[in-house]
Design a protein around this ligand. Structure first.
Ligand SMILES: [Zn+2]
Ligand SMILES: [Zn+2]
Length: 178
């Protein structure tokens, strides 16, 4: 998959929701998730682990019998992740059972993956600070399915953002090592 830079919808730039920022890299604008919360309102963003130069999103994660932290790249559409543990059983498509590293609340929801050929019905729900804007990430490890729902903007804006996807290696080629 070739990296294509997608235009960020102008409606979003005019009315950027809290928790999302725009950064300029290599002469292009990228969306970066600055602040997402658990259901109790704990911020999941951590400054101590940076990916592509930005604070990452920390999730407590259980993959079958293994448990630890996953740090997710905050660049929208990138799928870079750092693991604090080595999942031992990756047969098939294991579901990442994510929870809040602060209070332990589950971040899981029943929601079908946006990608037709995935078939996963377990999804990770991340809330932007206003609580009405939501990010849904496919819970199957390695699936790039993700969706954003912005309550105050027209549906086509959310849809256009949801379609932005970059794929690991190519994205890293642009910025150098993680
Ligand atoms: Zn929490
Ligand atoms: Zn999926």
């Amino acid at each position: 998959m070739k990296l294509t830079h997608r235009e960020i919808p102008v409606e979003l730039l005019r009315k950027l929701p809290a928790g999302i920022k725009i950064v300029n890299r290599i002469g292009q604008e990228f969306l970066v998730i600055e602040d997402v919360r658990c259901p109790a309102g704990d911020s999941l963003t951590v400054d101590s682990v940076r990916i592509h130069g930005e604070p990452s999103i920390r999730l407590r994660a259980k993959i079958r019998d293994d448990e630890g932290s996953i740090f997710v790249d905050a660049f929208w559409g990138s799928h870079a992740k750092l693991f604090s543990f080595l999942p031992s059983d990756l047969e098939g498509k294991p579901v990442v059972e994510a929870s809040c590293p602060v209070c332990g609340a589950s971040l899981m929801e029943k929601r079908a993956c946006v990608l037709d050929d995935c078939g996963c019905s377990d999804s990770i729900l991340l809330r932007l600070p206003n609580k009405r804007d939501e990010i849904h990430v496919c819970g199957c490890l390695g699936c790039p399915g993700h969706e954003i729902k912005l309550a105050e903007l027209p549906a086509h804006v959310s849809n256009a953002i949801s379609e932005i996807n970059f794929f690991g290696a190519r994205f890293d080629d642009m910025f150098g090592d993680v």
